[in-house]
Design a protein around this ligand. Sequence first.
Ligand code: ZN
Ligand code: ZN
Length: 180
Amino acid sequence: MNLNLTEVILEDGRSIDTELPLELEELGYGFGTYPIEEKEPMKLEVVRTKKKVLKIHGKSSLTVRIPCDRCLEEVSVRIPLDFEELAFVGSPEEEETDSDLESAFEKDYFIEGYNLDVDKLAYGEALLNWPSRVLCSEDCKGLCPVCGQNLNRSECGCDRTQLDPRMAKVLDIFSNFKEV
Ligand SMILES: [Zn+2]
Ligand SMILES: [Zn+2]
């Protein structure tokens, strides 16, 4: 869904205050693709702060199905979006190169001509707010490292004390790394 920015760009003192539905169906993050289960329409406020700089305040929320870090069962995770972004409109070769404009220009992947692509913007913001850890529950028992059984469902009876001690160390390091 595109938001036409022509008015706010061309006319002084104009601002936009609106709400647009998101069309996004899934999010790609890392090597995975995760379906979006629920999405709130994006509330948007757009004002022009300088000749070619727009300040965009956006609010929405996406609920995404993401596998639990330990047992891989899918969990519904709500990713709230509440952000302020600067966007540079107009061709980058033109005039002005102050640092404000340069940093704004790097972020304007969601601007095409005089249109703001609401889905691209939501996508980028969701990735910035991606949860660092996803667990189906705080005490998720995870998968058996021997046979892969989901230990939340049942105990498989494997002897997990016999794990190669070097492997156990690697698993420790890995889980410590993930906790950070
Ligand atoms: Zn789990
Ligand atoms: Zn097992």
